[in-house]
Design a protein around this ligand. Structure first.
Ligand code: UDP
Ligand code: MG
Length: 152
């Protein structure tokens, strides 16, 4: 079933010039980009985004990290994109990330793991709404994969 997810290249990914390489991985899998922008998250963005981690020991550093520079915020659409993009990202701790995943290749520590992706349909909907207005999303176009699939 086609669904939407929220992906962010975190400030360390942007500062390390990994933006193109990371977006390529999602494009190569056939996902449709329907939202894309560069922004420096405000405290409000950061606190809403990571509310579930409030009170944990790593929370203050996480908020400082995510507000420390621009992120590339993206909304992707596709079949099973939530679970599949989590798999493509790899585990939170880079040393546990499977070979070939984005975090395996580029993350240098669990605190600096370069990418975020929604973990469920509920978090996807919530996170998309933190970073994007509905009118900023552009889903009225057809990827090559969608055209092929609709040809039956
Ligand atoms: N994080 C951290 N230390 C930890 C666990 C998490 O700094 O021990 C940060 C890390 O940037 C991670 C984010 O908090 O990506 C959110 O944690 P979560 O467990 O939700 O991991 P994710 O969903 O990003 O894989
Ligand atoms: Mg998470």
């Amino acid at each position: 079933m086609s669904e939407r997810t929220f992906i962010a290249i975190k400030p360390d990914g942007v500062k390390r010039n990994l933006v193109g390489r990371i977006i390529t991985k999602f494009e190569d899998k056939g996902y449709k980009i329907i939202g894309l922008k560069l922004l420096i998250p405000t405290m409000e963005h950061a606190e809403k985004h990571y509310f579930e981690h409030k009170g944990k020991p790593f929370y203050p550093r996480l908020i400082k990290y995510i507000t420390s520079g621009p992120i590339v915020a993206m909304v992707l659409e596709g079949d099973n994109v939530i679970a599949e993009s989590r798999r493509l990202m790899g585990a939170t701790k880079p040393e546990e990330a499977e070979a070939g995943t984005i975090r395996f290749e580029y993350a240098i520590a669990k605190e600096y793991n370069i990418i975020h992706g929604s973990d469920s349909p509920e978090s996807a909907e919530r996170e998309i709404a933190i970073y994007f207005k509905e009118e900023e999303l552009c889903s009225d176009w057809t990827t090559m994969l969608e055209s092929i699939m609709s040809d039956g």
